[in-house]
Design a binder for this molecule. Structure first.
Ligand code: B12
Length: 138
């Protein structure tokens, strides 16, 4: 299969804000870097995000949150991921995330937090370095 072994990423927009530019820019950059990207579209609940990740069998869940609701949304997504034994799925968050909130997000399982101005290359490199493709042969 042509797509075998490619990193699969769910770019998700949980919450109520309509800021989708960052999510779309990230989706395009990751596709250009050779990854398979599924974009959820706007206004997803944590349940919708985790269900989409399960259905699509992704290696990465990348959430774009500019509403300020990350401290409510991300722990709930983390909880649902635990319930579904998604320990091998890399969880990333980008958007308007104040520095003081980063330790709390990391404590619930977020591996990388990307604030405005992060170069695309840094994000691509981070994913390549940290993802564990689950169909990979060990
Ligand atoms: C453009 C913009 C808008 C546009 C959105 C257009 C669109 N379709 O996206 C419009 C004009 C519609 C808008 C409206 C509003 N906005 Co506005 N907006 C912005 C602005 C100026 C830039 C956002 C942007 O597009 N940046 C460019 C993209 C490429 O950057 P980015 O999303 O940050 O993404 C980068 C990183 O964050 C990261 N990243 C982001 N997502 C992801 C995901 C993954 C997986 C990864 C790995 C990385 C990653 O990587 C990207 C590249 O570096 C910001 C201020 C700012 N400087 O950020 C305010 C801002 C986000 N808006 C804000 C507000 C308050 C609003 C309004 C509520 C204003 C109002 N009272 O009406 C409304 C809400 C509308 C709505 N429906 O939600 C606030 C949010 C405050 C907060 N969260 O604490 C901000 C921060 C402005 C401010 N300083 O107050 N907005």
């Amino acid at each position: 299969m042509a797509n075998e072994g490619r990193i699969r990423v769910l770019v998700a927009k949980p919450g109520l804000d309509g800021h989708d530019r960052g999510a779309k820019v990230i989706a395009r950059a990751l596709r250009d870097a050779g990854m398979e990207v599924i974009y959820t579209g706007l206004r997803q609940t944590p349940e919708m995000v985790v269900n989409a990740a399960l259905q699509e069998d992704v290696d990465v869940i990348g959430m774009s949150i500019l509403s300020g609701a990350h401290n409510a949304i991300v722990p709930r997504v983390a909880e649902l991921m635990k319930e579904n034994q998604m320990d091998d799925v890399l969880m990333l968050v980008g958007g308007i995330i104040p520095d003081q909130d980063i330790p709390g997000l990391k404590a619930v399982g977020v591996k990388g937090v990307f604030q405005p101005g992060t170069p695309m290359d840094d994000i691509v490199q981070f994913i390549r370095a940290n993802v564990k493709p689950h169909d990979a042969v060990a």
